[in-house]
Write a protein that binds this ligand. Sequence first.
Ligand code: URA
Ligand code: CA
Length: 441
Amino acid sequence: MNMVQIIEKKKLGMALSSEEIDFFVKGAADGSIPDYQLAALLMAIRLNGMNREETKLLTLAMTHSGDVVDLSAIDGIPVDKHSTGGVGDTTTLVLAPLVAACGVPVAKMSGRGLGHTGGTLDKLESIEGFSVELTEETFLKQVQTIGCAVIGQTGNLAPADKTLYALRDVTSTVDSLPLISSSIVSKKLASGAKAIVLDVKTGAGALMKTTEESIELAQTMVRIGCDAGRNMVALVTDMGEPLGSHVGNALEVKEAIDVLSGRVTGPLLTVALELGARMLVLGGAAADVPQGKQMMENALHSGAGLAKLREMIIAQGGDPACCDDLSALPQAKVVCPAPALCSGYIERMDTVGLGNAAQAMGAGRKTKSDVIDPAVGFVLHHRIGDRVEAGEPLATIHAKDDASAQEAIAAIQGCIHIVPHETAPCKLIHAFVDSEQVQRL
Ligand code: URA
Ligand code: CA
C-alpha cells in the first residue's frame, strides 16, 4: 500500500477502499505514516468529503485502532450520553445520577475541557478527593453495584483519533463532517456502550453553527452507530448561549446539585430530562419518552437522583459534604458583579467568547500542562431575550484576584450584545434524530 496513491485518489475526489482506509488509520495509530502525509490526506478529505460507506469504514478502523472496552459484565443495557461540547453544559452531572436512579446503568467515560468548552472530568475533580482514574475492573464493579460511574478514558482508546485530531487542530481540518463523525463515534464505540444518546449542539458556541448542519452531523453519526450494531439516537440542542447559568468547574457542580435538589429549574434541567428520557427508553426502562420523562422527574422530586450522586461521589473517593452544603466546594477569593453598560434586550451572546473568558480566568487550560483553578468562573443572570437595565449585574464573577476579575468583567460585557428593541429567546431543543427519521421540534 502506498500513501501517496491514497492521497492522490482522495485529491481527485475518488472513494477510498476498506484496505486503504485501514492502512492510513493503522499508520496514524502506530506512527508509521509521517504527519505531512496524514495532513495532506486530511485536507483532501476535508475538501472532497467521504461517502457513507467510507465514513463508516473510517469510524470502524479508528475504533479498532486501540482497546475496545467490554461492558458485558454489567447487568442490563449500559447507556451512554455524549455531548459535542458546549459552555455551561453540565447535563452529565444531572442526568447520570437520575438515569441510574431509574435503574439504567450509566458507564460513562468523559473528557476534559477543550478550547472554550468545559469537561466533565475537570468539574468532578473540583469535589475534594474525587478520582476519575479507576481501573477498568473498579469501574465495572462500581457500575454494577451503584448504577453509575464517570471516569476518564481507560487504556488506549482510539489512538488513531489522538493523532488525527491533533493534526486537524493545526491544519484547519476540524470542520469536516466525516472527520468529526468518525472521531466522536469511534471513541463512543470503543468505550463499549450498547446504547448511546448524542447531544449534538448547535449555534454560536457549537462546532456546527446552523440547525441544518447540526442535523446532518447528527444523522451521519446515528447512521454509523446503528450500522455498527449499537442503538444510537441524537437530540440537536441549542448552544447559542451557555446552557446552564454557571460557567466554571465548582460552579457547575454547584448548579448540578442545585438542580438535583429541586431548588433550580431551567434549560439545564429541561435538556437533562429530554436526554435522560431517551436514555431510559434505549435502556429498556421506559416504554416511551413521556414515561421516561415522568420517571426522571420522579427521581428528581424524591431525592433519589441526589442520593445517587452522593453514592457516586463516595464510591469515587470524594467528599460528599457538598451535596448538603455547597460551601464545601472550592470558593473564589474575589466575587463581584459584571454590570450591564446599557439598558435594552439581550440579542445574542458570543458563547465561544464566554467560554474563552472562563478559560482565561483559570477554569480551563491554555496548554496541556496548565493546572485548573476549580473555584473560578462566573454565573450569568440573564438569557437571550431578557430585558436588562444599565448598571444591573449581567453576571457574578468568581475570580482568583482583582486583575482577573476586571478582565472577566470586560470580556463578559463584550460577549453579551444588548440592543434597544425586544428580542426573542432561543429555542432549546431543535430536533430528534434516529435511524429512521428526523423529527424537527
Ligand atoms: N469532538 C471530537 O471528539 N472530535 C471532533 O472531531 C470534534 C469534536
Ligand atoms: Ca460537556
